[in-house]
Design a binder for this molecule. Structure first.
Ligand code: MN
Ligand code: MN
Length: 468
């Protein structure tokens, strides 16, 4: 073999070809110590914030501590001022006013704070075969079998007939009871085993076990009555009050380190609080950006961004429009110059299910925050598809700031797909791109992310807010 020829090819390859793995490996090891520290705060956050309401509560407290104040409509804000808008306790806009205000557009990182879970039906409580259970209606895209036989906690709100409100959180604290959805034992699983996975578990099978003792009286429905009596003693509610309730059953797990090397975090609801947290931290650490910078926390993404707390609602538009008008600007002119990182998770390549991925265009654990030019399914349907110009700019600012990032698609072209809030924001004529942390076991009750990727997301959002 000609040695000179060989080294010339190597030199040319280094100059011309994209090596995704090797540089990422070096960068990953370099930022790993910082990433380990950063993840400690994240684990506390995600354990305490399991629902959209709890995430808003956490964020309001953290934002207040970071100097943010509730937005007052009509008030003029000076550069450097920090404000937030709480939309019905389920969604938020937070902003740091930039030196040039909104004049040259605003910068937004938008993440969603709802996650797949088990909601209740309006009349959920029933007894059957001497057990007391709750009928449920699942929320978001779940593989139903994953939600059986795991410990669940219940979170949410009940509005009583007289209008008084009760906040519920049972199953998270030491000593709390927990709940579960039962599954058939393998010994009797013959019928279930013969079914296709997607048909073996139905929505009507997802019944939550909540009691097994009857009321110590003679009469009817004593099992149901016993549970209702406990709820009445504790919360002062009657069965009818469950009609005006939002009670969400979620996995009762706490966030934990995964792996002997502690490089990953396992938890419920990384999607998409694993993007909300670094976006918030980046905004909190952002002193006085050139352009007004926002973090938007959205609800209802998992069911199509619907409702007045989802990004199909105008709440983000109204907030930015208010800021624009406060500076004497037309909102549409501000939007046309604005940009948004649609901060949502992407799929990390899973070697066990590698046939679903196209390895050359997948995102990998520990290669940094993942950018997706487009999402969607069946030929980019339902995606935003960022422009080459905007992606070029994002790539440049991340590289200049030394951020570890990667690009990829969700999986093989015809394998499926998914959407994000990207097109809801792009509708306002802003430049939008998807960027987020790669996740293993996405939408499972227990999802896994890498600490390096989480920290890279923080660095990416910070670079974005601070870029000229
Ligand atoms: Mn998501
Ligand atoms: Mn999702």
């Amino acid at each position: 073999m000609d040695e000179n020829k060989n080294s010339a090819a190597k030199e040319l390859a280094e100059k011309l070809l994209l090596d995704r793995a090797k540089p990422a490996r070096a960068a990953c090891l370099k930022i790993a110590p910082k990433a380990m520290d950063f993840a400690e705060g994240y684990k506390d956050f995600i354990t305490a914030s399991k629902t959209e309401r709890e995430t808003v509560d956490w964020t309001v407290a953290a934002a207040e501590a970071a100097g943010f104040r509730a937005y007052v409509p009509g008030k003029a804000y000076a550069p450097g001022e920090k404000i937030y808008y709480n939309n019905r306790g389920k969604a938020m806009c937070l902003a740091v006013i930039g030196k040039s205000g909104c004049k040259e557009g605003v910068r937004i990182a938008a993440a969603h704070i709802d996650s797949p879970r088990i909601d209740l039906k309006p009349i959920p409580l029933y007894e059957s075969s001497e057990l007391c259970l709750l009928k449920t209606h699942y929320y978001g895209g779940i593989k139903k079998y994953q939600w059986t036989a795991i410990p669940l906690s219940v979170h949410g709100k009940i509005v009583r007939k007289d209008g008084t409100e009760i906040t519920v959180n049972v199953g998270e604290n030491e000593g709390d009871p927990q709940f579960c959805i039962t599954d058939i034992l393998p010994h009797l699983g013959k019928d279930q085993n013969g079914k296709k996975l997607g048909e073996a578990f139905t929505g009507e099978d997802l019944n939550v076990l909540v009691g097994s003792l009857p009321l110590d009286e003679e009469g009817e429905q004593l099992y149901k009555l016993n549970v209702m009596k406990i709820l009445n003693d504790q919360y002062g509610i009657v069965e009818g009050d469950l009609i005006s309730a939002e009670l969400e059953f979620v996995p009762a797990f706490k966030a934990v380190d995964i792996g002997f090397d502690r490089s990953m975090v396992g938890a419920y609801g990384h999607d998409d609080r694993v993007c909300a947290y670094p976006a918030l931290q980046a905004l909190f650490d952002c002193a006085a950006p050139e352009k007004t910078s926002l973090v938007v926390l959205a609800d209802k993404e998992e069911i199509g961004s619907v409702g007045n707390t989802g990004l199909c609602s105008e709440y983000m538009n109204y907030f930015v429009s208010d800021l624009a008008r406060g500076e004497g600007l037309e909102p549409q002119h501000v939007w046309s110059k604005s940009s948004c990182l649609s901060a949502d998770v992407t799929a990390a390549l899973d070697p066990t299910y590698i046939s679903a991925y196209e390895p050359g265009n997948s995102t990998y654990v520990n290669r940094g925050v993942g950018i997706a030019k487009y999402t969607g399914s069946r030929g980019k349907g339902g995606s935003n598809d960022a422009s080459a110009e905007f992606l070029g700019w994002v790539r440049r600012i991340l590289d200049e700031a030394g951020v570890l990032w990667q690009i990829g698609e969700l999986g093989k072209v015809d394998q499926g797909g998914g959407g994000t809030v990207a097109y809801d924001v792009a509708r306002l004529n802003a430049d939008v791109i998807d960027i987020g942390v790669p996740v293993l076991s996405m939408h499972a009750p227990f999802e896994v992310i890498s600490k390096v990727d989480l920290y890279s997301a923080y660095e990416a959002f910070k670079a974005y807010f601070e870029a000229k």
